[in-house]
Design a protein around this ligand. Structure first.
Ligand SMILES: Nc1ncnc2c1ncn2[C@@H]1O[C@H](COP(=O)(O)OP(=O)(O)O)[C@@H](O)[C@H]1O
Ligand SMILES: [Mg+2]
Length: 293
């Protein structure tokens, strides 16, 4: 794997390997079950997860990622339930079982990563995801002393139900550092989602789909902040970008991110008060692919 780095190559390789390992290690086991006749997901902190989470946090600090894995099972359990109830409590419940397990009523649908893999990710799913992320970003949260944010907002953590055209967010074990400004936390959630998408679609699909997502999110100031994050960093923080974008080939990643940055600049220029302007979107995104291969 190639990375642009100013760090010594041996050290870089070590950090690279650590990052890849952290990304592939699971700290939870998730299984399907039943509770009082309702389908549930049973999520349990695995033995030894505390030290893995501790290492991951060290790595995140080195990468300047501004996120923390909740290493303490009790703390994670509480946060997972708080967020689940906050976002999905209108219809679905979550509760603790023992000291290392959370049971959540299963939300209907499939996660967006699976939809993408099977070629069934459609524009309505992306739009529903964006609407739900926006809704969640406007919910006040005591722990953040301000609006809520996810911290690990990749496509696998969004479940889309086609029959209701509704997306829901899951998986709350990573938190944004509170020192980060709200708008930056929100922009980071958008960035993580797009990093997940960038290498998994064709070059022709990338701009229409990413702009469709951002258009549905529709918060100009947050999108403006996202624009400032569209610089692939050098050195160790660049490794986290690579992991987030699934080791998308460097030149391709740079090209696509640059194209998005230019499209957002054009958006802002066309109408910096309403970047949802359909004219501007049509200008930069001629056709929106209905199906992603
Ligand atoms: N409450 C839920 N409703 C529906 N599917 C779920 C739920 N919880 C987990 N899943 C499924 O299990 C997968 C893994 O769960 P997640 O909470 O994201 O744990 P992990 O930490 O392993 O990513 C999700 O991508 C999703 O497909
Ligand atoms: Mg997950």
């Amino acid at each position: 794997m190639k990375t642009e780095s100013t760090a010594p190559s041996g050290f870089q390789a070590l950090v690279d390997a650590a990052g890849a390992a952290i990304n592939s290690i699971k700290i939870n086991g998730v299984s399907a079950g039943q509770h009082r006749g309702h389908p549930v997901r049973i999520k349990t902190r695995l033995q030894g997860s505390e030290s893995i989470a501790g290492l991951a946090n060290l790595f995140f600090k080195m990468c300047d990622a501004h996120i923390t894995v909740l290493a303490d099972p009790k703390e994670w359990q509480r946060w997972e339930i708080v967020c689940y109830q906050l976002l999905n409590g209108d219809q679905f419940q979550a509760f603790a079982k023992g000291s290392r397990t959370v049971c959540q009523e299963t939300v209907p649908g499939r996660n967006l990563r699976d939809l993408l893999k099977s070629g069934s990710l459609c524009r309505p799913a992306l739009e529903a995801a964006a609407r739900e992320i926006r809704r969640a970003h406007l919910i006040p949260c005591r722990e953040y002393d301000g609006p809520w944010s996810h911290g690990d907002m990749h496509m696998g953590n969004v479940i889309y139900d086609e029959s209701s055209n509704r997306a829901r967010l899951i998986d709350f074990e990573i938190v944004h550092n509170k020192s980060w400004e709200t708008r930056t936390r929100h922009a980071d959630d958008l960035l993580v989602f797009l990093q997940d998408l960038v290498g998994r679609v064709t070059g022709r699909q990338w701009l229409p789909l990413s702009l469709c997502f951002l258009q549905a999110y529709g918060r100009p100031r947050v999108i403006g902040r996202l624009r400032t994050l569209l610089e692939i960093p050098k050195g160790i923080p660049g490794i986290w970008w690579e992991i987030r974008s699934h080791y998308c080939e460097r030149a391709k990643l740079r090209r696509r991110i640059k194209a998005l940055a230019h499209a957002l600049d054009a958006w802002a220029k066309a109408d910096d008060r309403t970047p949802r302007s359909p004219t501007a979107v049509r200008h930069t995104a001629p056709t929106l692919a209905e199906r992603v291969q």
